[in-house]
Ligand binder design. Structure first.
Ligand SMILES: [Zn+2]
Length: 431
Protein backbone atom coordinates (compact mmCIF):
# COMPACT_ATOMS: atom_id res chain seq x y z
CA UNK A 1 0.00 0.00 0.00
CA UNK A 2 1.00 3.63 -0.44
CA UNK A 3 1.85 4.85 3.04
CA UNK A 4 2.20 8.47 1.90
CA UNK A 5 -1.10 9.36 0.13
CA UNK A 6 -0.68 12.21 -2.36
CA UNK A 7 -3.71 14.08 -0.97
CA UNK A 8 -1.67 14.86 2.18
CA UNK A 9 0.77 16.81 0.02
CA UNK A 10 -1.87 18.46 -2.20
CA UNK A 11 -2.92 22.12 -2.32
CA UNK A 12 -5.67 23.36 0.03
CA UNK A 13 -7.95 23.73 -3.02
CA UNK A 14 -7.45 20.09 -4.04
CA UNK A 15 -8.05 18.93 -0.47
CA UNK A 16 -11.27 20.95 -0.36
CA UNK A 17 -12.55 19.43 -3.63
CA UNK A 18 -11.99 15.93 -2.26
CA UNK A 19 -13.62 16.70 1.09
CA UNK A 20 -16.68 18.33 -0.46
CA UNK A 21 -17.17 15.39 -2.79
CA UNK A 22 -16.90 12.96 0.13
CA UNK A 23 -19.25 15.13 2.19
CA UNK A 24 -21.94 14.87 -0.50
CA UNK A 25 -21.54 11.11 -0.55
CA UNK A 26 -21.83 11.00 3.23
CA UNK A 27 -24.99 13.12 3.30
CA UNK A 28 -26.69 10.86 0.76
CA UNK A 29 -25.58 7.80 2.70
CA UNK A 30 -26.97 9.17 5.98
CA UNK A 31 -30.22 10.19 4.28
CA UNK A 32 -30.63 6.61 3.03
CA UNK A 33 -29.37 4.65 6.04
CA UNK A 34 -29.28 6.57 9.34
CA UNK A 35 -32.50 6.79 11.37
CA UNK A 36 -30.94 9.47 13.56
CA UNK A 37 -29.83 11.75 10.72
CA UNK A 38 -33.01 11.17 8.65
CA UNK A 39 -34.92 12.56 11.62
CA UNK A 40 -32.45 15.39 12.16
CA UNK A 41 -32.68 16.45 8.48
CA UNK A 42 -36.47 16.33 8.37
CA UNK A 43 -37.04 18.03 11.74
CA UNK A 44 -34.74 20.89 10.73
CA UNK A 45 -36.00 21.19 7.15
CA UNK A 46 -32.60 20.35 5.68
CA UNK A 47 -32.41 19.47 2.01
CA UNK A 48 -29.05 17.75 1.71
CA UNK A 49 -28.76 18.85 -1.94
CA UNK A 50 -28.26 22.38 -0.59
CA UNK A 51 -25.24 21.37 1.50
CA UNK A 52 -22.38 21.53 -0.98
CA UNK A 53 -19.41 23.28 0.59
CA UNK A 54 -17.62 22.86 3.89
CA UNK A 55 -19.09 26.23 4.94
CA UNK A 56 -22.61 24.89 4.32
CA UNK A 57 -22.07 22.44 7.18
CA UNK A 58 -23.06 25.20 9.59
CA UNK A 59 -26.71 24.79 8.50
CA UNK A 60 -26.74 21.33 10.07
CA UNK A 61 -27.22 21.07 13.86
CA UNK A 62 -24.35 19.59 15.89
CA UNK A 63 -24.43 16.02 17.21
CA UNK A 64 -23.50 15.56 20.87
CA UNK A 65 -22.28 12.67 22.93
CA UNK A 66 -25.62 12.54 24.71
CA UNK A 67 -27.39 12.14 21.32
CA UNK A 68 -25.13 9.15 20.71
CA UNK A 69 -25.99 7.76 24.10
CA UNK A 70 -29.72 8.36 24.01
CA UNK A 71 -30.27 7.22 20.43
CA UNK A 72 -27.33 4.83 20.09
CA UNK A 73 -29.18 2.30 17.95
CA UNK A 74 -30.48 4.95 15.52
CA UNK A 75 -26.91 5.81 14.50
CA UNK A 76 -26.29 2.32 13.11
CA UNK A 77 -26.44 2.34 9.30
CA UNK A 78 -25.99 -1.39 8.73
CA UNK A 79 -27.88 -4.44 10.07
CA UNK A 80 -26.36 -6.32 13.03
CA UNK A 81 -25.11 -9.24 10.95
CA UNK A 82 -22.76 -6.82 9.14
CA UNK A 83 -21.00 -5.86 12.39
CA UNK A 84 -17.63 -7.59 12.78
CA UNK A 85 -16.46 -5.86 15.96
CA UNK A 86 -18.19 -4.12 18.85
CA UNK A 87 -16.24 -1.37 20.58
CA UNK A 88 -17.43 0.95 23.31
CA UNK A 89 -16.55 4.35 24.63
CA UNK A 90 -17.60 5.84 27.95
CA UNK A 91 -20.75 7.94 27.80
CA UNK A 92 -21.67 11.04 29.74
CA UNK A 93 -24.65 9.45 31.49
CA UNK A 94 -23.09 6.27 32.82
CA UNK A 95 -23.86 3.63 30.18
CA UNK A 96 -21.18 3.16 27.52
CA UNK A 97 -21.82 4.14 23.89
CA UNK A 98 -21.57 1.19 21.51
CA UNK A 99 -19.74 1.41 18.21
CA UNK A 100 -20.08 -1.34 15.66
CA UNK A 101 -17.52 -1.76 12.92
CA UNK A 102 -18.20 -3.48 9.62
CA UNK A 103 -15.57 -5.28 7.60
CA UNK A 104 -15.03 -2.16 5.51
CA UNK A 105 -14.72 -0.04 8.68
CA UNK A 106 -11.92 -2.32 9.92
CA UNK A 107 -10.22 -1.87 6.56
CA UNK A 108 -10.60 1.92 6.86
CA UNK A 109 -9.24 1.80 10.41
CA UNK A 110 -6.22 -0.23 9.26
CA UNK A 111 -5.54 2.31 6.49
CA UNK A 112 -5.85 5.18 8.99
CA UNK A 113 -3.37 3.62 11.42
CA UNK A 114 -0.93 2.53 8.72
CA UNK A 115 -0.59 6.06 7.30
CA UNK A 116 -0.51 7.51 10.83
CA UNK A 117 2.33 5.22 11.93
CA UNK A 118 4.14 5.91 8.67
CA UNK A 119 3.81 9.62 9.44
CA UNK A 120 5.64 9.04 12.76
CA UNK A 121 8.36 7.14 10.88
CA UNK A 122 7.46 3.46 11.32
CA UNK A 123 8.42 1.51 8.21
CA UNK A 124 7.65 -1.81 6.57
CA UNK A 125 9.67 -4.52 8.30
CA UNK A 126 9.95 -2.67 11.65
CA UNK A 127 9.01 -4.55 14.81
CA UNK A 128 6.58 -2.87 17.21
CA UNK A 129 5.72 -3.80 20.80
CA UNK A 130 2.12 -2.88 21.64
CA UNK A 131 1.84 -2.00 25.32
CA UNK A 132 -1.82 -1.04 25.16
CA UNK A 133 -5.08 -2.91 25.70
CA UNK A 134 -6.00 -5.01 22.68
CA UNK A 135 -9.32 -6.35 23.97
CA UNK A 136 -11.94 -5.07 26.47
CA UNK A 137 -13.95 -3.52 23.58
CA UNK A 138 -11.13 -1.02 23.01
CA UNK A 139 -11.05 0.20 19.43
CA UNK A 140 -7.54 1.68 19.46
CA UNK A 141 -5.67 -1.52 20.30
CA UNK A 142 -7.37 -3.40 17.49
CA UNK A 143 -6.73 -0.48 15.14
CA UNK A 144 -3.00 -0.48 15.92
CA UNK A 145 -2.72 -4.18 15.23
CA UNK A 146 -4.61 -3.95 11.95
CA UNK A 147 -2.62 -0.90 10.84
CA UNK A 148 0.76 -2.42 11.60
CA UNK A 149 -0.19 -5.62 9.81
CA UNK A 150 -1.39 -3.65 6.80
CA UNK A 151 1.83 -1.66 6.51
CA UNK A 152 3.97 -4.78 6.78
CA UNK A 153 5.33 -4.18 10.28
CA UNK A 154 5.68 -6.91 12.90
CA UNK A 155 3.73 -6.77 16.17
CA UNK A 156 4.32 -8.07 19.70
CA UNK A 157 1.01 -7.79 21.58
CA UNK A 158 2.02 -7.35 25.21
CA UNK A 159 -0.95 -5.42 26.54
CA UNK A 160 -0.53 -2.75 29.24
CA UNK A 161 1.45 -2.87 32.49
CA UNK A 162 3.93 -5.39 33.99
CA UNK A 163 7.36 -3.84 33.27
CA UNK A 164 9.09 -7.17 33.92
CA UNK A 165 7.29 -8.88 31.03
CA UNK A 166 7.69 -5.83 28.77
CA UNK A 167 11.47 -5.93 29.28
CA UNK A 168 11.60 -9.67 28.78
CA UNK A 169 9.93 -9.18 25.44
CA UNK A 170 12.13 -6.22 24.43
CA UNK A 171 15.33 -8.12 25.23
CA UNK A 172 14.06 -11.27 23.52
CA UNK A 173 12.62 -9.86 20.27
CA UNK A 174 14.36 -6.47 19.98
CA UNK A 175 11.47 -4.24 18.84
CA UNK A 176 12.37 -0.87 17.33
CA UNK A 177 9.14 0.79 18.46
CA UNK A 178 6.79 0.82 21.44
CA UNK A 179 3.16 1.93 21.55
CA UNK A 180 2.33 3.08 25.06
CA UNK A 181 0.96 5.60 27.50
CA UNK A 182 4.05 7.81 28.00
CA UNK A 183 3.98 7.88 31.82
CA UNK A 184 4.36 4.10 31.74
CA UNK A 185 7.82 4.62 30.20
CA UNK A 186 8.86 6.08 33.58
CA UNK A 187 7.82 2.81 35.22
CA UNK A 188 9.83 0.92 32.58
CA UNK A 189 12.91 3.04 33.32
CA UNK A 190 12.50 2.58 37.06
CA UNK A 191 12.23 -1.19 36.68
CA UNK A 192 15.27 -1.34 34.39
CA UNK A 193 17.34 0.71 36.83
CA UNK A 194 16.36 -1.48 39.77
CA UNK A 195 17.11 -4.71 37.90
CA UNK A 196 20.32 -3.84 36.09
CA UNK A 197 18.82 -3.75 32.59
CA UNK A 198 20.96 -1.74 30.16
CA UNK A 199 17.93 0.11 28.83
CA UNK A 200 19.93 2.96 27.32
CA UNK A 201 21.40 0.52 24.79
CA UNK A 202 18.23 -1.44 24.08
CA UNK A 203 16.78 -1.98 20.60
CA UNK A 204 14.10 0.68 21.19
CA UNK A 205 14.36 3.69 18.88
CA UNK A 206 11.02 5.36 19.50
CA UNK A 207 7.59 5.24 21.12
CA UNK A 208 4.23 6.24 19.72
CA UNK A 209 2.38 7.66 22.70
CA UNK A 210 -1.31 7.90 23.53
CA UNK A 211 -3.45 9.42 26.24
CA UNK A 212 -1.06 11.97 27.74
CA UNK A 213 0.41 15.10 26.27
CA UNK A 214 4.05 15.24 25.19
CA UNK A 215 4.00 18.86 24.03
CA UNK A 216 3.18 22.36 25.14
CA UNK A 217 1.04 24.56 22.89
CA UNK A 218 4.20 25.86 21.14
CA UNK A 219 5.27 22.22 20.50
CA UNK A 220 8.15 22.37 22.96
CA UNK A 221 8.45 19.27 25.16
CA UNK A 222 6.06 18.93 28.10
CA UNK A 223 7.38 18.19 31.59
CA UNK A 224 6.51 14.53 31.12
CA UNK A 225 8.36 14.37 27.84
CA UNK A 226 11.44 16.04 29.35
CA UNK A 227 11.36 13.71 32.33
CA UNK A 228 11.46 10.65 30.05
CA UNK A 229 14.12 12.16 27.76
CA UNK A 230 16.43 12.96 30.69
CA UNK A 231 16.75 9.26 31.41
CA UNK A 232 16.10 7.54 28.12
CA UNK A 233 17.03 9.01 24.77
CA UNK A 234 14.27 7.59 22.56
CA UNK A 235 12.02 9.52 20.16
CA UNK A 236 8.53 10.19 21.45
CA UNK A 237 5.62 10.79 19.07
CA UNK A 238 2.14 11.94 20.05
CA UNK A 239 -1.04 10.66 18.50
CA UNK A 240 -4.54 11.89 19.19
CA UNK A 241 -7.65 9.89 18.35
CA UNK A 242 -10.98 8.73 19.73
CA UNK A 243 -13.47 5.95 19.12
CA UNK A 244 -16.02 8.43 17.76
CA UNK A 245 -13.54 9.87 15.23
CA UNK A 246 -12.21 6.45 14.19
CA UNK A 247 -9.32 8.49 12.83
CA UNK A 248 -5.93 9.47 14.25
CA UNK A 249 -3.96 12.70 14.15
CA UNK A 250 -0.30 11.69 14.28
CA UNK A 251 2.86 13.72 14.59
CA UNK A 252 5.47 13.49 11.83
CA UNK A 253 9.21 13.48 12.56
CA UNK A 254 9.10 17.28 12.99
CA UNK A 255 6.64 16.98 15.89
CA UNK A 256 4.61 20.07 15.10
CA UNK A 257 1.13 18.75 15.88
CA UNK A 258 -0.98 15.84 14.66
CA UNK A 259 -1.53 15.78 10.89
CA UNK A 260 -5.10 15.49 9.66
CA UNK A 261 -5.98 12.79 7.13
CA UNK A 262 -8.34 14.82 4.90
CA UNK A 263 -9.64 11.73 3.12
CA UNK A 264 -10.93 10.34 6.44
CA UNK A 265 -12.25 13.26 8.47
CA UNK A 266 -13.57 16.81 8.20
CA UNK A 267 -12.74 19.04 11.15
CA UNK A 268 -14.25 22.27 12.43
CA UNK A 269 -13.10 24.28 15.44
CA UNK A 270 -15.99 26.13 17.05
CA UNK A 271 -16.37 28.74 19.76
CA UNK A 272 -18.96 28.73 22.57
CA UNK A 273 -21.60 30.05 20.19
CA UNK A 274 -20.94 27.20 17.76
CA UNK A 275 -19.31 29.57 15.24
CA UNK A 276 -15.89 28.89 13.71
CA UNK A 277 -13.05 30.41 15.75
CA UNK A 278 -10.83 32.88 13.94
CA UNK A 279 -7.74 31.24 12.46
CA UNK A 280 -5.31 30.24 15.18
CA UNK A 281 -7.96 30.39 17.90
CA UNK A 282 -8.72 27.67 20.44
CA UNK A 283 -12.12 26.00 20.31
CA UNK A 284 -13.99 22.73 20.43
CA UNK A 285 -13.10 20.15 17.82
CA UNK A 286 -16.15 19.09 15.81
CA UNK A 287 -15.69 16.22 13.40
CA UNK A 288 -17.42 14.57 10.45
CA UNK A 289 -16.21 11.08 9.59
CA UNK A 290 -15.63 10.15 5.94
CA UNK A 291 -15.87 6.62 4.60
CA UNK A 292 -17.35 5.05 7.75
CA UNK A 293 -20.03 2.44 6.99
CA UNK A 294 -21.59 1.31 10.28
CA UNK A 295 -21.65 4.44 12.49
CA UNK A 296 -20.75 7.56 10.54
CA UNK A 297 -20.96 10.85 12.42
CA UNK A 298 -21.86 14.28 11.07
CA UNK A 299 -20.71 17.35 12.98
CA UNK A 300 -19.98 15.46 16.19
CA UNK A 301 -18.82 17.57 19.15
CA UNK A 302 -15.75 15.85 20.59
CA UNK A 303 -15.63 17.98 23.75
CA UNK A 304 -11.89 18.51 23.19
CA UNK A 305 -10.52 22.04 23.10
CA UNK A 306 -7.76 22.39 20.53
CA UNK A 307 -5.95 24.82 18.28
CA UNK A 308 -5.34 24.16 14.57
CA UNK A 309 -2.19 25.03 12.61
CA UNK A 310 -2.50 25.59 8.87
CA UNK A 311 0.98 26.45 7.60
CA UNK A 312 2.51 23.70 5.41
CA UNK A 313 4.76 21.43 7.47
CA UNK A 314 8.50 20.93 6.93
CA UNK A 315 7.81 17.25 6.23
CA UNK A 316 6.11 18.26 2.97
CA UNK A 317 2.56 17.56 4.11
CA UNK A 318 0.12 20.42 3.56
CA UNK A 319 -2.59 19.09 5.86
CA UNK A 320 -3.90 20.91 8.93
CA UNK A 321 -2.16 19.98 12.20
CA UNK A 322 -3.84 19.85 15.60
CA UNK A 323 -1.97 21.12 18.63
CA UNK A 324 -2.06 19.26 21.95
CA UNK A 325 -5.49 19.07 23.59
CA UNK A 326 -5.88 22.07 25.91
CA UNK A 327 -8.51 20.20 27.89
CA UNK A 328 -11.87 18.52 27.76
CA UNK A 329 -14.72 21.00 27.79
CA UNK A 330 -16.63 19.06 30.45
CA UNK A 331 -13.51 18.94 32.67
CA UNK A 332 -13.29 22.71 32.90
CA UNK A 333 -12.59 23.70 36.50
CA UNK A 334 -13.73 27.03 37.88
CA UNK A 335 -11.45 27.64 40.80
CA UNK A 336 -11.21 30.91 42.74
CA UNK A 337 -11.96 33.02 39.70
CA UNK A 338 -9.63 31.10 37.37
CA UNK A 339 -10.54 28.65 34.61
CA UNK A 340 -8.34 25.56 34.56
CA UNK A 341 -8.09 22.31 32.61
CA UNK A 342 -6.53 19.09 33.98
CA UNK A 343 -3.65 18.92 31.42
CA UNK A 344 -2.17 22.13 32.86
CA UNK A 345 -2.26 20.59 36.36
CA UNK A 346 -0.78 17.30 35.06
CA UNK A 347 2.04 19.19 33.45
CA UNK A 348 3.04 20.81 36.73
CA UNK A 349 2.93 17.53 38.66
CA UNK A 350 4.86 15.66 35.94
CA UNK A 351 7.67 18.19 36.43
CA UNK A 352 8.51 16.86 39.92
CA UNK A 353 10.88 13.90 40.11
CA UNK A 354 9.91 13.48 43.77
CA UNK A 355 6.27 12.68 42.92
CA UNK A 356 6.01 8.98 42.15
CA UNK A 357 2.29 8.93 41.43
CA UNK A 358 -0.55 11.46 41.57
CA UNK A 359 -4.27 11.89 41.08
CA UNK A 360 -6.28 15.09 40.76
CA UNK A 361 -9.77 14.96 42.27
CA UNK A 362 -12.40 17.63 41.64
CA UNK A 363 -15.50 17.83 43.79
CA UNK A 364 -18.25 20.24 44.67
CA UNK A 365 -17.80 21.79 48.10
CA UNK A 366 -20.43 22.93 50.63
CA UNK A 367 -20.98 26.27 48.94
CA UNK A 368 -21.44 24.71 45.49
CA UNK A 369 -18.13 25.66 43.89
CA UNK A 370 -15.34 23.46 42.57
CA UNK A 371 -12.71 22.15 44.93
CA UNK A 372 -9.41 20.63 43.77
CA UNK A 373 -7.58 17.97 45.77
CA UNK A 374 -4.21 16.82 44.50
CA UNK A 375 -3.24 13.40 45.86
CA UNK A 376 0.45 12.61 45.64
CA UNK A 377 2.90 9.94 46.78
CA UNK A 378 6.57 10.61 47.38
CA UNK A 379 9.69 9.06 48.84
CA UNK A 380 11.13 12.49 49.61
CA UNK A 381 10.80 14.80 52.61
CA UNK A 382 7.10 15.65 52.45
CA UNK A 383 7.17 19.15 53.92
CA UNK A 384 9.81 20.40 51.51
CA UNK A 385 8.15 18.85 48.46
CA UNK A 386 4.73 20.15 49.49
CA UNK A 387 5.91 23.71 49.64
CA UNK A 388 7.73 23.40 46.29
CA UNK A 389 4.61 22.00 44.62
CA UNK A 390 2.46 24.78 46.09
CA UNK A 391 4.92 27.41 44.88
CA UNK A 392 4.94 25.97 41.37
CA UNK A 393 1.14 25.99 41.23
CA UNK A 394 1.01 29.60 42.38
CA UNK A 395 3.68 30.66 39.90
CA UNK A 396 2.22 28.87 36.88
CA UNK A 397 -1.54 28.98 37.49
CA UNK A 398 -1.90 31.63 40.21
CA UNK A 399 -3.85 29.22 42.45
CA UNK A 400 -2.77 26.69 45.00
CA UNK A 401 -5.01 23.63 45.41
CA UNK A 402 -5.14 21.38 48.47
CA UNK A 403 -2.44 18.72 48.37
CA UNK A 404 -2.68 15.43 50.26
CA UNK A 405 0.08 12.86 50.69
CA UNK A 406 -0.91 9.21 50.18
CA UNK A 407 0.97 5.90 50.63
CA UNK A 408 2.39 4.88 47.23
CA UNK A 409 0.69 1.46 47.01
CA UNK A 410 -2.71 2.89 47.92
CA UNK A 411 -2.53 5.67 45.34
CA UNK A 412 -1.01 3.44 42.65
CA UNK A 413 -4.00 1.10 43.01
CA UNK A 414 -6.37 4.05 42.47
CA UNK A 415 -4.52 5.43 39.44
CA UNK A 416 -3.70 2.14 37.69
CA UNK A 417 -7.11 0.56 38.14
CA UNK A 418 -7.24 -2.70 36.13
CA UNK A 419 -10.82 -1.86 35.11
CA UNK A 420 -9.64 1.24 33.29
CA UNK A 421 -7.82 1.27 29.96
CA UNK A 422 -5.83 4.34 30.91
CA UNK A 423 -4.25 5.61 34.15
CA UNK A 424 -6.80 7.65 36.12
CA UNK A 425 -4.93 10.88 36.79
CA UNK A 426 -8.15 12.90 36.91
CA UNK A 427 -11.28 12.06 38.86
CA UNK A 428 -14.34 14.27 38.53
CA UNK A 429 -16.71 13.85 41.47
CA UNK A 430 -18.68 17.05 40.87
CA UNK A 431 -22.44 16.91 41.21
ZN1 LIG B 1 4.74 17.20 9.23
Amino acid sequence: MNLYPSIEYASPAEIRVLQEQKLSELLRYLQDNSAFYQRLFSQNGIDIENIRTLEDLQYIPLTSKSDLQQFNHDFFCVPNHKIVDYSTTSGTLGDPVTFGLSDSDLERLAYNEAISFACAGIKEGDLVQMMTTVDKRFMAGLAYFLGLRKMGAGVIRMGPGIPELQWDSILRYKPKWLITVPSFLLKMIEYAENHGIDYKNSSVYGAVCIGESLREQDFSDSALSRKIAEKWNIKLFSTYASTEMSTAFAECELQQGGHQHPELIITEILDENEKPVSQGGTGELVITTLGVEALPLLRFKTGDLVKAHYEPCGCGRTTMRLGPVVGRKQHMIKYRGTTLYPPALNDILNGFDGITVYQIVIRTNDIGTDEIIVKISTEQDCEELLSEVKDRFRAKLRVSPRIEIFPADELTALVYNPKSRKPIHFLDLRL
